[in-house]
Structures are given as structure tokens and as C-alpha cells.
Design a protein around this ligand. Structure first.
Ligand code: ADP
Ligand code: MG
Length: 240
């Protein structure tokens, strides 16, 4: 579904992604781990063209999205993104947050969008919050709304960039549970996280990124039980 070939990204003189090659199959959950500053966020942001790559190619369903004539908005519609900071619109209710893009981008009717929002809120366990404002919600609840909002565009892939890193510890579980449900339903997911339990349990494949390169890649069992690269071993010794 996604093919990344020799992806490079530089900011000025400094090359942050130094040739990333990876393929992601439909329905696969790929977990990305690695030290701070290694290029994980940059990689995710290149996937949905929030950052424009400076080299290489990204194919989504065989379409090269790095080619000049591509419609960036159409590509982004296919990819839901959830960030560390939930970025909900503070002056909109939960319902309005979720309905915004389907109405504005897809031209969905308000009634229809509200129905969609209700369904998604049920899925993330927050239907009773449909008419409140984000400020009245906990961090974990806000992040679950952010996930519902991303799902409202019916994306083909969900990209998560450290979705639980800004949360108080007691709220991490509820967000991971929603993500786990999504994975079970067959959603294609790319997840940057420091939650090693989630990586082991839900990931189909783990990528370890360091200094702008994929240093190691394996299924969770072999990755965690038998890491090969010295940098992976060193990283795991610090986080496990
Ligand atoms: P990670 O998510 O793994 O912590 P990032 O992808 O955020 O890493 O950042 C990788 C490197 O790129 C860091 O050194 C960071 O300072 C740099 N970087 C990220 N975004 C920008 C930017 N917009 N301009 C310049 N440098 C950036
Ligand atoms: Mg990051």
C-alpha cells in the first residue's frame, strides 16, 4: 500500500532522513521506535506531505505522491494523522471538531456528518461528550476525540506520532486501547511510540530509526528478544 524508496529530507545543510526504504502492506501495523531527534516525526510528516521530501519517492497505492503533478490535498485525505498534542479546535464542540472536515472537504450534509460523528464517538467510548467543548475533557479523552476526528475522513492509513507522550500515565491505556481496536479492525497504521508494550502486542513489524536511517527492522518477537544492531541493543537497554 505504501512504498518508500530512498526517502531523504534535509533542512538546509543538515540531512535528517538519509535514505529510508520501507514497504507497508494494507492492514499492517508498523511501529517506529528510536531516540529523540532521529527523524521519526519527519518521516511520518513526509508520508502525508506535511514535509516535502528532498529526495526519493513515496508510493501510495502505486501513485508516486512525490511527483510534481500530485494533488496534495487528495493524498492527505487518505491519511489520518494523530499528534502528540491533540490539536482540537478549542472553540468548536466535539461534534463540530469531528464534522468539520467531512462537511468542508467532502461536502457531507450536516445531519449525515452528525450521524458519522455519533458512530465514531461510540467507537472511542465518548458518545456522551458529543456536545461539550474540548477544554472540559481530560487529555486522554481529547486524544480519543482526535482519533475519531481523523477517522471521520475515512482514511486508508492512520499515522500516529507519539499519541500518548503528552498524557498523564493513567490516561495512556485508554488511548492505546482505542488504537488496538483500530488495528484489530484491519486499519493500516504507522505508529511512532515509546510504549514498548503496545509495540510488542499490536505491532506486526518494528522499525528502529536512528540518525535518519532504519537501523533494524523485524517482527516484534525477534526485535525485542534478539536485537542485532548495537544501537538497537543500547536503545532497548535504556527503555525496557
Ligand atoms: P524525532 O521525531 O525522532 O524526535 P524529528 O523528526 O522531529 O525527530 O527531528 C529530526 C531532526 O530534524 C532533529 O535534529 C530536528 O531538530 C530536525 N528538524 C525537525 N524539524 C525541523 C525543521 N522544521 N527545521 C529544521 N530542523 C528540523
Ligand atoms: Mg518526534
Amino acid at each position: 500500500m505504501i512504498g518508500v524508496k530512498d526517502l531523504r529530507k534535509s533542512y538546509g545543510e543538515s540531512e535528517v532522513l538519509k535514505g529510508i526504504d520501507v514497504t507497508i502492506k494494507k492492514g499492517e501495523v508498523v511501529v517506529i521506535i528510536g531516540p529523540s531527534g532521529s527523524g521519526k516525526s519527519t518521516f511520518l510528516r513526509c508520508l502525508n506531505l506535511l514535509e516535502i521530501p528532498t529526495g526519493g519517492h513515496i508510493f501510495v497505492n502505486e501513485q508516486d505522491i512525490t511527483s510534481k503533478d500530485v494533488n496534495i490535498d487528495k493524498i492527505r485525505e487518505k491519511m489520518g494523522m494523530v499528534f502528540q498534542q491533540f490539536n482540537l479546535f478549542p472553540h468548536k464542540t466535539v461534534c463540530q471538531n469531528i464534522c468539520h472536515a467531512p462537511i468542508r472537504v467532502k461536502g457531507m450534509k450536516a445531519v449525515e456528518a452528525k450521524e458519522l460523528a455519533s458512530g465514531l464517538l461510540k467507537k472511542v467510548g465518548l458518545l456522551e461528550k458529543i456536545d461539550v467543548y474540548p477544554s472540559s475533557l481530560s487529555g486522554g479523552q481529547q486524544q480519543r476525540i482526535a482519533i475519531a476526528r481523523a477517522l471521520a475522513m475515512q482514511p486508508e492509513v492512520m499515522l500516529f506520532d507519539e499519541p500518548t507522550s503528552a498524557l498523564d500515565p493513567e490516561m495512556v491505556g485508554e488511548v492505546l486501547a482505542v488504537m488496538k481496536d483500530l488495528a484489530k479492525e484491519g486499519m493500516t497504521m504507522v505508529v511512532v511510540t515509546h510504549e514498548m508494550g503496545f509495540a510488542k502486542e499490536v505491532g506486526d513489524r518494528i522499525l528502529f530509526i536512528d540518525q535518519g536511517k532504519i537501523m533494524e527492522e523485524n517482527n516484534p518477537k525477534d526485535f525485542f528478544e534478539n536485537p542485532q544492531h548495537p544501537r538497537t541493543i543500547d536503545f532497548l537497554s535504556k527503555v525496557l
